[in-house]
Design a protein around this ligand. Structure first.
Ligand code: CTP
Length: 444
């Protein structure tokens, strides 16, 4: 019996997939189809898959062409599968010519003609979300660069009140400039807000009242009541409202949360997170960008870790800051007290320390090396070092693709964001607001 194996994602099942499977089946007597798992697709950088694994398997099953369906879960699995299933022929479409020649050592490799004019990517793009940007700031450049890794987004244009800034940015990133914000609203269904925090409330509200889904840069806004109002508007109008805090959506951090919550390192007694920068001559620009000092610019990151691991029901907070002559905090250390734990954050825009995250538990601790907010690797450590474990994930480029992908997923499927919750965002804003109202702030 001649056994054939083929691999694919089979997202939004189409004629190209069907033809490939039919031709693969005709190569032998028994066809095994390996469908990629969601985690494997993410790990190989394919972030925009639309259908679930179960749906994709069902679609392959419905063709009646597969004698067996397996799941592809890791790099290097093809060699294991070929040996395990005693495969005679490995086949994929001609878009992969040359790529799998190394498998000739284990079985015959055949590249089948690809069906022209159709692909999952094209089908996904037909369902594209029309996105506009508000705010001509540098982050837009990075945002635009990351869009291509997500797919399914049609970047319509950018708006900024300042016409010179708008034109300069539009030229730099090759996006259509809109002189009138209402024209932009008319052409899009979603908005990415890249303005400084002091404008977020106004910009988010305006976008929501124009029935646009919103992804807003951090910190979400500077006042808790305003933040609550924004969520109320979004909920009433069934709109997605998300904060663009990249770490919350990146693969490694998403895995740290369940590990910490699982009790593996015991009861959590403290979370310590540090994020510091030195801006030197660019510090005035940075203060303008953040509408303030180190708390506004960076506290969102330690607050993310603290509220994710300890919950949002904190009892109290205190701050120790170094202010510059303009009253801007260039360094702040804060302690957030919980019933059974403490969270400490260190942030600075004109001082430097090691940017690590550690979580102290009664059985062990979690260590994330610097820069923890961009992590692709972390360790769980114990008194008995034989029990220590290292975990590796991917973190590509700036990591913005993960938050963009989550946003697009929520918009397309009309599901509320569960990665960074409303409660966590409100807790974050409440700390920032307390700091600006000088609640429990000591100078050094
Ligand atoms: N395939 C094909 N003809 C097409 C599209 C896909 O023969 N028009 C083949 C691929 O070469 C592969 C299999 O179908 O062997 C599964 O491909 P998959 O990557 O799941 O589909 P694509 O449509 O190529 O997906 P994407 O656009 O996301 O790359």
């Amino acid at each position: 019996m001649k056994k054939v194996i083929t691999y694919g994602t089979y997202d939004l099942f189409h004629d190209g997939h069907y033809n490939l499977l039919k031709n693969a089946k005709n190569l032998g007597d028994y066809l095994i189809v390996a469908v990629t798992s969601d985690a494997f697709d993410k790990a190989r950088g394919k972030l925009n898959v639309h259908d679930s694994l179960v749906q994709r398997i069902k679609n392959v099953e419905n063709t009646g062409l597969a004698d067996e369906i397996i799941v592809e879960e890791y790099f290097g699995q093809k060699i294991d599968d070929i040996k395990k299933h005693d495969i005679d022929i490995f086949t994929v479409g001609s878009d992969w010519i040359g790529h799998f020649d190394y498998l000739n050592e284990y079985c015959k490799v055949i590249y089948l003609d690809r069906t022209m004019g159709i692909s999952s990517t094209e089908l996904r793009n037909k369902k594209a979300v029309n996105l506009g940007i508000i705010g001509a700031y540098d982050i837009v450049l990075r945002f635009k660069n990351e869009l291509k890794f997500v797919g399914g987004i049609n970047l319509v244009g950018i708006y900024d009140e300042d016409a010179d800034k708008l034109n300069a940015m539009a030229y730099k990133v090759e996006i259509n400039p809109y002189k009138d914000i209402n024209s932009l609203y008319a052409d899009v269904d979603s908005i990415y807000i890249a303005t400084p925090p002091k404008y977020h409330y106004k910009d988010i509200k305006n976008a929501l009242l124009n029935d646009k889904h919103v992804l807003c840069e951090f910190p979400f806004c500077l006042d808790t009541n305003e933040a609550k109002e924004l969520f109320e508007i979004a909920e009433a109008r069934k709109l997605i409202l998300m904060e663009a805090l990249k770490t919350a959506y990146c693969p490694a951090f998403c895995k740290i949360v369940p590990i910490v919550k699982s009790g593996l390192i015991g009861n959590i007694l403290s979370v310590d997170a540090c994020f510091t920068q030195v801006h030197d001559s660019k510090i005035t620009e940075q203060i303008e960008l953040a509408s303030g000092g180190s708390i506004n610019a960076l506290a969102s990151y330690p607050l993310l870790a603290i509220f994710k691991f300890l919950g949002v029901s904190y009892l109290d907070v205190n701050f120790v800051s170094k202010f510059n002559s303009d009253g801007i905090d260039i360094f702040t250390k804060f302690n957030i007290l919980f019933k059974d734990a403490i969270g400490t954050g260190t942030v600075a825009i004109d001082a430097k320390n090691e940017g690590t995250l550690t979580v102290t538990g009664t059985k062990g601790y979690l260590y994330v090396p610097a820069p923890w907010w961009k992590t692709d690797y972390f360790e769980v450590r114990f008194e008995d070092i034989n029990k220590n474990n290292k975990y590796f994930y991917r973190f590509e480029a700036d990591g913005l693709r993960y938050e963009i992908n989550s946003f697009i997923d929520c918009v397309r499927n009309k599901i509320a964001n569960v990665v960074l919750t409303k409660e966590e965002i409100l807790a974050e804003v409440s700390i920032i607001e307390k700091f600006s109202s000088k609640y429990n702030v000591k100078n050094i």
